[in-house]
Design a protein around this ligand. Structure first.
Ligand SMILES: [Zn+2]
Length: 155
């Protein structure tokens, strides 16, 4: 049981306010805190869907049994933060989780991320960061936009 923070780092070209929509799914590989096995596929959960825990012990955003040792664990979002990166060197925290029985092993940036051009009002709302890089052109601001070397890690 513990609190885990997810940090991301990347280089932003003419965009900021990078974030996932508030109700979108977040994807992870998890590791069982009991037997150490990783989930064999990505699992996902999101901040707005809460599952009641048995015995009225509150709720969590993700509850599942380990396929290997069958120990049940849960994960809850404590908070999420938009990725308002100004300085491209500094990693920033984008979410904090309460983990019980599961550890976050790998962040899989699936889903349609959102970011905004710094040179116009243009919003890009289907940014795919699975490969770590994304590039487009902002016609209104007349600048190239991009996100490069997107990486997540936990602390
Ligand atoms: Zn296990």
């Amino acid at each position: 049981m513990g609190k885990t923070k997810l940090y991301v780092s990347c280089r932003l070209e003419n965009v900021d306010n990078l974030r996932l929509p508030g109700d979108d799914d977040w994807y992870f590989i998890l590791q069982c805190g009991n037997c150490g096995m990783n989930t064999d596929t990505e699992v996902y959960f999101n901040p707005v869907e809460e599952i009641e825990m048995e015995g009225s012990r509150g709720s969590a955003n993700y509850i599942a049994k380990c396929k290997s040792c069958e120990r049940k664990g849960s994960i809850s979002f404590i908070k999420t933060a938009p990725y308002l990166m100004k300085d491209n060197e500094e990693p920033q925290m984008i979410a904090e989780f309460e983990c019980r029985g599961w550890e976050l092993a790998e962040f899989c940036p699936k889903g349609g991320y959102i970011c905004q051009s710094t040179e116009s009002e243009t919003v890009f709302d289907d940014v795919d960061l699975q490969e770590g890089d994304w590039a487009e052109y902002d016609d209104e601001g007349d600048v190239p936009v991009g996100i490069y070397d997107f990486k997540g890690y936990f602390e």
